[in-house]
Design a protein around this ligand. Structure first.
Ligand code: ADP
Ligand code: MG
Length: 182
């Protein structure tokens, strides 16, 4: 449960790949030029599914696929999107060789799968999205933690945008059974 007010971390839950895409699409509404997101989580957690939904929210029409072999793909949308998967990088320098700093300076949004492995090469201003497996096959827990001020300032808005997946809506509305509106 997310404490009200000054909470910095938002925790959400999804129960299908489409729900993860829908959540990410809602988050993308809050995206601004030069934003950076790091996606953390084991293989199959849903990092690429999240990116597909995020792209949809940015108005990207092209199909977003895993960039594991290409390492970086770019897409055109309301904001352009760079999608990196650095799982196979052996050295942090390789991330810089990909032109990472140019991407971050561009008026685009950059999403990096396995980004926690290269944080030393990144600005300390990003949203970390950590995806873990829940109880059932398709359950996932997404923990969104702002690092630095860019996303910190938006976490209230993030909590509101993701209310369908954080349970906050239910809390605000109270139990549904037999409760008449005033
Ligand atoms: P990653 O990029 O983290 O390795 P992918 O997004 O490529 O993961 O794959 C996630 C897999 O898990 C897909 O096969 C997807 O259908 C499945 N899946 C099941 N439930 C979910 C969920 N709630 N969110 C995201 N993916 C899910
Ligand atoms: Mg992936």
């Amino acid at each position: 449960m997310n404490p009200p007010g000054g909470s910095t971390r938002v925790t959400a839950r999804t129960d299908s790949p489409e729900a993860t895409r829908a959540l990410a699409s809602a988050l993308a509404e809050l995206a601004r030029p030069c934003d950076l997101l790091l996606l953390v989580g084991d293989l199959g957690a849903g990092k690429t599914a999240f990116t597909q939904g995020f792209g949809r929210g940015l108005g990207v029409d092209d199909q977003i696929t895993s960039p594991t072999f290409a390492l970086v793909q770019s897409y055109t949308g309301r904001l352009d999107l760079y999608h990196l998967d650095v799982y196979r990088l052996e050295q942090i320098n390789e991330a810089l060789d990909l032109g990472l700093s140019e991407m971050l300076d561009d008026d685009s949004v950059t999403i990096i799968e396995w980004g926690d492995t290269i944080t030393r090469a990144l600005p300390r201003d990003y949203l970390e999205v950590r995806i873990t497996f829940g109880e059932e096959d398709e359950d996932r827990v997404l923990e969104l933690t702002p690092v630095g001020s860019r996303w910190q300032a938006r976490m209230r808005a993030v909590g509101i945008a993701l209310a369908s997946w954080t349970g906050a809506e239910d809390v605000a509305r109270g139990p549904e059974d037999g409760v008449e509106p005033c």
